[in-house]
Design a protein around this ligand. Structure first.
Ligand SMILES: [Zn+2]
Length: 356
């Protein structure tokens, strides 16, 4: 592993990438028309999964139909060959995608008070930063920036819906020697949640702009890099009345070679769906990176899939559709995941009553 490669996928949103910025939205739409993303392909943007399944049951695909018309003499042969079942159709992966994508959300952490954030950045700086210096201007920019991650709906009660994501998206305001408590972090940033349904509405031009909903930082565990967000349930229902079923995290981590699916939402690329295999169940952070500035204390599981900035917090699923981890980061060849037993223990510590 290249130790000079950053491991954690913290993503800083470009200044001005507010979800309500119409200029950026137009650019995004243009780009999408030119080049559909992997997620759109996996998400069956052109045809629904149901219709494809019906075609398979009917035994013919569109291309095969045309072929038969020009070869009627051999129609029985073509009919027999028309729709061979293959190992490449990935029924299980697509089932997981269909049943879990509604639980995946985009999280944008917006500064509540950039002056407070700047004050914190100056406090954490190792060196004196004079006002007006280039370093000061850089910090001033950083204090206004939004941070992005992927989140997953992990629970709910009568009043709240809970979204789980990684903490290190906000690592610029804490470090090993100066950790931050949840109340102070909640004073600095507000998480804004966008769900898959509203992104689809935006892409279908039913929404004129990307619409997200404000939530609150609820719990924080820096050593395990986990952050819990609570969304008022009534507000969430008013924002989107479609289902966002909580993901159950498995009591068992898959063995090596097991296939897993990751659903992530890097910047403007929702529905990014990838499949990979477990290559190691627990690596120590000391074996992965020379430095550990945030004081990560959890083991990380290794998966042979690639990942991108803004994907931190993306859920990984086993073949039963249960959560088995959240993406921490990657080195370009492998991705590293906070494993399910760490997540479950953390939720228990937060008072979660976990069944299943
Ligand atoms: Zn929704």
């Amino acid at each position: 592993m290249n130790r000079s490669t950053p491991l954690a996928w913290g993503r800083e949103a470009d200044v001005g990438t507010s979800m309500h910025d119409p200029k950026r939205s137009d650019e995004s739409r243009t780009r999408r028309r030119e080049a559909p993303t992997q997620g759109e392909i996996c998400g069956d943007a052109e045809r629904g999964e149901e219709s494809k399944d019906k075609e398979r049951r009917g035994g013919l695909r569109t291309g095969s139909t045309l072929q038969m018309k020009s070869a009627s003499a051999n129609s029985n042969i073509y009919a027999a060959m028309a729709a061979p079942p293959t190992a490449f159709e990935n029924h299980l992966e697509r089932w997981i995608f269909r049943h879990r994508i509604e639980s995946v959300v985009s999280v944008e952490f917006r500064p509540k008070d950039s002056d407070l954030v700047l004050e914190r950045l100056l406090f954490l700086s190792d060196v004196d930063v004079p006002e007006g210096s280039p370093e000061y201007h850089q910090m001033d920019d950083d204090s206004r920036a939004s941070m992005l991650s992927t989140g997953v709906v992990a629970g709910e009660n009568e009043q709240q819906v809970f979204v789980l994501t990684c903490a290190h998206s906000l690592k610029q305001v804490y470090n090993l020697h100066h950790p931050i408590d949840v109340a102070d972090l909640a004073d600095l940033y507000a998480p804004w949640i966008m769900c898959d349904h509203r992104e689809l509405m935006f892409l279908a031009r039913q929404d004129n702009e990307r619409v997200s909903i404000e939530a609150n930082i609820s719990r924080l565990d820096i050593p395990n890099d986990l952050l819990l967000i609570e969304v008022n349930k009534a507000n969430f229902t008013a924002y989107c009345n479609r289902p966002h079923p909580p993901v159950i995290f498995s009591s068992e981590f898959p063995s090596r070679f097991a296939t897993v699916v990751m659903l992530s939402w890097p910047l403007r690329r929702h529905r990014t769906a990838v499949r990979g295999n477990i290559s190691h169940s627990q690596r120590n952070i000391d074996d992965l990176a020379e430095e550990n500035p945030e004081g990560l204390a959890t083991v990380l599981s290794e998966v042979d899939i690639t990942s991108d900035k803004g994907s931190s917090g993306a859920p990984l699923f086993d073949g039963l559709g249960k959560g088995i981890g959240l993406l921490y980061g990657g080195d370009g060849k492998f991705s590293y995941v906070i494993p399910t037993h760490v997540i479950r223990q953390c939720l228990l510590n937060w008072g979660w009553q976990y069944h299943g």
